[in-house]
Design a protein around this ligand. Structure first.
Ligand code: SF4
Ligand code: SF4
Length: 105
């Protein structure tokens, strides 16, 4: 798959990992008491120069079915992000079958 922002190869093996962990990028650096609190709560934090990536492991989406399929996949309420991702390297779960070969963020 190709567009202006990325080249994605691979396929989805329906492992469900990206729907079980919640990964967010915020455009500032989280630090101090908030970072300490999140770390104590089991959130994995990665820092960039002007951003922070937060990984909430084992925070499953309530729409995830036991067979790892999405119960609203054909519904108009499916979030746009779920359709488009992964489309950035930081979206990729470590076990994801997709590869992002080029990214301009
Ligand atoms: S809405 Fe569906 S695709 Fe999106 S995170 Fe939840 S289970 Fe996954
Ligand atoms: S982590 Fe990758 S392979 Fe697994 S369900 Fe998500 S998109 Fe598919």
């Amino acid at each position: 798959m190709t567009d202006l922002n990325y080249i994605r190869t691979g396929y989805c093996s329906s492992c469900g990992a990206c729907c079980r962990d919640l990964v967010l990028k915020v455009k500032y650096r989280i630090s101090g008491d908030v970072a300490q609190y999140l770390t104590a709560r089991g959130v994995e934090i990665k820092w960039g120069p002007r951003y922070t990536i937060l990984n909430f492991p084992n925070y499953p989406c309530p729409k995830l079915s036991p067979d790892n399929t999405c119960s609203i996949y054909n519904d108009e309420s499916l979030p746009r992000i779920c359709i488009d991702s992964p489309n950035k390297k930081w979206h990729l779960h470590k076990n994801c079958n997709f590869k992002i070969e080029q990214v301009k963020e």
